[in-house]
Design a protein around this ligand. Sequence first.
Ligand code: ATP
Length: 358
Amino acid sequence: MAFLELSHIQKSFGPVQVVKDFNMAIEKGEFVSFLGPSGCGKTTVLRMIAGFETVSAGTITIGGQDMTDLKPNQRNIGMVFQAYALFPNMTVGQNVAFGLKVAGKPKAEIDQTVQEMLDLIHLGHLADRFPYQMSGGQQQRVALARALAIRPRVLLLDEPLSALDAKIRVSLREEIRVIQRKLGITTVFVTHDQEEALSISDRVVVMNEGRADQIGSPFEVYNFPKTRFVANFVGTLNILAGKVVDAATGCIDIEGQQVFAARETHKLANGAACTVALRPEAIRLTPAAEGRNQLSGTIEDVQFLGSVLRVRVRLGSVSIFFDMFNNPAETPPAPGEAAIVSFGRDEVLILDEEAKAA
Ligand code: ATP
């Protein structure tokens, strides 16, 4: 049995079902992100784990113990919110000590834990400051220290970085991951930012309308999205309508041109419509026709993104994007030029429009 198990969780608010049969088994010490657009139910699932929302159906267990009907303060869970939610009239030290005081811990133990937690977040020297005297990033670190001080069995982070500016967001997410690994604490992190989820998680749950569309490592979810929704969400960019020419060989027609897929074509019937995903970095410009898995079209646009150039190529009625490394020694392609792009057959992903993670 996994450490944190969510089994057949459902949640309805009045007539609206916002979480639909959500299942997830999280191992001890694992860092899992719930990734999805606004309104897909990620916060609701997190709040049900914390006990701030009741479940309409299903069970939640931690360490084999049924938590489903326990009150939040009986679950031993630490939570950090998007808005830092520190007590404004308490110092940093008092904020971190709060949960320990409520739990009736002796003063010496509280003092020692507060010091340890503040050292962990590198703010030991600011224990006497008030929240208003600190930056957003510092306040969020204090919120993290406060959540960890009670030595929770599970740490829940609800978009903890969303209110911070881009640079602090990146440095704090790295810090959270370092602390999480150091303490080995089982963590669930909610975000709508795919880069954030992919960069810090052991596993990512991509949520779509109250369900998990796909659960996998960042590598799996990014490289092998199963559905159109997941592909879109992780930035696959090229999602094209195809038609199966020959399922046995993996031959697919895209805009009157033939390409070959390595995977999943056995599920398809000859002549069937299918959806093909191609990641922009898997495609390259080729100087001349060189064999299979090529598409020819016309360059429409070139965007300079810094380390890469994102090029849009028109193929009949659709456009596709591909990325080229920025090389100042090379002249970039120009709109209007004819272009041939190529890719490996392993890069041609056939999406399962109906797929849902078990
Ligand atoms: P966001 O990133 O915007 O917070 P989310 O994926 O976390 O989105 P939830 O906050 O879980 O989504 O909300 C899921 C759905 O449930 C939304 O449509 C929301 O309006 C609805 N909802 C959430 N809480 C309540 C509530 N207390 N009463 C009624 N509807 C609610």
